[in-house]
Ligand binder design. Sequence first.
Ligand SMILES: Cc1cc2nc3c(=O)[nH]c(=O)nc-3n(C[C@H](O)[C@H](O)[C@H](O)COP(=O)(O)OP(=O)(O)OC[C@H]3O[C@@H](n4cnc5c(N)ncnc54)[C@H](O)[C@@H]3O)c2cc1C
Length: 423
Amino acid sequence: MKISRRSLLKSMGISMAGGIFINGVSSKKAFGDEKGMPKVHRPILPSPTKKRVVILGGGYSGLYCATTLRELAPEAEIIVVEKYPFFVSGPSHIDIVAGLKHLDDVTRSYDPIAERNIRIVRSEVIGIIPDEKRVLTASGDLEYTLLVISTGIRIADEDVLNLIEQPASNAHAWELGETIEMRRRIEAFRGGKIVITVPTAPFKCPPGPYEVACLLREYFDNKKIKAEITIVDANDKPQPGPLAQKWTGVLESRNINYMPNSKVIEIDAAGRRVITDKGEKVSYDFVSIIPPNKAATFIKDAGLGDPFMDVDPSTFKSKKYDNIFAVGDCAKVPYTKSAFTASLQGKSVAHQVARALGTDVSEPAPIYNICYPYVSSEESLMVRADWDKDGKMLKADVDDPKKEYARSRAAWERGLLSGLFGT
Ligand SMILES: Cc1cc2nc3c(=O)[nH]c(=O)nc-3n(C[C@H](O)[C@H](O)[C@H](O)COP(=O)(O)OP(=O)(O)OC[C@H]3O[C@@H](n4cnc5c(N)ncnc54)[C@H](O)[C@@H]3O)c2cc1C
């Protein structure tokens, strides 16, 4: 399926001005009264006649939960609520930005999921009323027996002064529309200062910012375009912790400047500078601010946790409600915010949900992560972390950049995709 950039953005309801439209309605219009609760109260579907599991978010964690649960609890009604019409694989945002892949390569239709008797509802979730077991969406309400929240992270632009008012000043690889825009800017870049800023951990894909810096270094060197690249990092060392030393060597060898302990709190778009909490002013010609990562605001509004949803890391169950679970990037768990752990978390929570439905299922396997961060288009590092069933980290192994790890990376992502979509 060939999808053009323009038609994809249109079908996803993203305008280049940043507005989101759901079923043709501006999301702002879905919000009504002074308490922020929507005016719309019509049900999307009739009340459930059998046990209904509603999964919010059709990313890696939500879809692995849905497909695993389909096997474990064949009788249950399973509904996934997703705001976008297509699935786009998260790890490949880096490849798209670096020009290594096209959107088509990593975009999948939700049809193969729906064919497994999993209903996909395309709408944006805007609230949860736990005491009424009800989800509010831009298209109407949905009742549930059990709820799984898997909406990933939200980019908290509001935490960087002037960023909301100056949306055109920034582009990053942490959201689809932004990724497409960042690629466009990279192609238009003719030389100068590039600044990449890193938020305080935890954030989605901890090695990502350093991978982007390395791939840009390679890309501009190949094009003979002079680029001075600086990473301004809110953390005291490159992420994730076990890779810090390896990254320090890699960044030095690639002549990438690194400023630790420098949290960007403001952008001065007119002056082309970012300003840190220590008052440092860093000039740029091209800036990529990765704002703080948080869970969706409806999680906070429902009292389920802030900035991430509070859960027991061994069961993914809410600390407040026995019938609500959260997995993947939106959950406050010790696991890396990655596609790999999100997929395993999705499978694991499906076992917990099946148990809550009364099905006798085996103990899910403990979570681990394996990741192959790029240092160039041909070489990757390797990091593997293992946790016990209660979320205590047992060990982390790392290894130097190798070509075979770059090949493993490609096979690894293909495996995650084919586990869901068959291709
Ligand atoms: C640049 C980059 C590089 C990465 N590289 C790697 C890597 O090398 N290895 C790795 O393992 N991981 C990597 N990741 C991380 C990985 O993509 C995420 O950690 C993973 O996708 C998290 O899965 P999730 O299911 O929790 O959330 P997501 O995959 O983000 O899925 C959440 C879903 O919920 C939907 N949603 C959100 N809000 C709403 C709402 N209100 N209503 C309805 N639907 C909603 C979204 O549209 C989305 O489909 C990378 C990510 C980025 C950005």
